[in-house]
Design a protein around this ligand. Structure first.
Ligand code: NAD
Length: 256
């Protein structure tokens, strides 16, 4: 069940957190994984970890906000593998602020990485999938696109755009055998969350971790591996009738 054997996957932002967990899980299910990250050394570490357990992977430095960097990394992957079956648009950055205290520079930074970054990778990925018979795209969205989470104006804006891109790509390419879905995690314990708490609440780190865990309906934050398990399913052939959905992995946050 849920085999990815023989498939080639590109995962952006796979040097850390959820992207890393997805890369490791995909390799375990038999995929060759192209690990892309802004941070070349963490991408290389993930590749070493995958290879040490018998998996197949390669690393590329890639800034998703820069279209030429994306094209170069996708072309390198293409030259190695000659086909592309799965694209996971995972790279993303966070920002705290409401509409009044979010600056023009904040808006640009979040938009360039979280929105244009996904658009650049969709362009580079979809055109290659079309020449190799189709594929699956999974966009890392967030429950922030589906509900108000408070004080995340720019971040929520960006994830709303990711959801809109998901629906459009699903619609435009379903007849050409490309599925496109969004994963909407709730609070997942990754370096993204660690960095956020340390930066915004430097004097209350332990208190904030406890508060974050207790305010989840399920009583704890999720793990990157729990998100990766959903990613494996949605990118497998067993999910062949699922396209254009926003799939929550949120410990009940949306509905409880
Ligand atoms: P993380 O910070 O642990 O990892 C993000 C990775 O993306 C890092 O390796 C970083 O180097 C890379 N990256 C950042 N900017 C990049 C760029 N311009 N080009 C290429 N790579 C870049 O984050 P995470 O928590 O694993 O989050 C991954 C995704 O999941 C993000 O899109 C985030 O919005 C989404 N998400 C996370 C949570 C959560 O609670 N952690 C919840 C909902 C959605």
């Amino acid at each position: 069940m849920f085999s990815l054997s023989g498939k080639t996957a590109i995962i952006t932002g796979a040097g850390s957190g959820i992207g890393k967990a997805i890369a490791v899980a995909f390799a375990k299910q038999g995929a060759h994984v192209e690990v892309l990250d802004l941070n070349e050394s963490t991408a290389a570490e993930v590749v070493s970890e995958i290879k040490s357990t018998g998996g197949s992977a390669a690393a590329s430095a890639c800034d998703v906000a820069d279209a030429s960097s994306v094209e170069a990394a996708f072309e390198a992957a293409w030259k190695r593998q000659q086909h592309l079956d799965i694209l996971v648009n995972n790279a993303g950055i966070a920002h705290v602020g409401n509409v009044l205290n979010t600056s023009e520079a904040d808006l640009d930074r979040i938009y360039n990485v979280n929105v244009k970054g996904v658009a650049h990778c969709l362009k580079a990925g979809v055109q290659r999938m079309l020449t190799s018979g189709g594929g699956v795209v999974l966009n890392l969205c967030s429950i922030a696109a589906l509900m108000g989470i408070g004080d995340r104006f720019a971040y929520s804006m960006s994830k709303g755009a990711v959801l809109a891109m998901t629906y459009n790509v699903a619609q435009d390419y379903m007849k050409q055998n490309i599925r496109c879905n969004a994963l909407c995690p709730g609070r997942i314990h990754t370096p993204f969350v660690d960095g956020f708490i340390k930066k915004n609440y430097p004097d209350r780190v332990d208190e904030m971790f406890e508060k974050l865990s207790k305010t989840q309906p399920i009583g704890r934050m999720g793990t990157p591996e729990e998100v990766a398990a959903a990613a494996v399913f949605l990118c497998s052939d067993e999910a062949s009738f699922i396209t254009g959905v926003a799939y929550p992995v949120d410990g009940g946050t949306l509905y409880l």
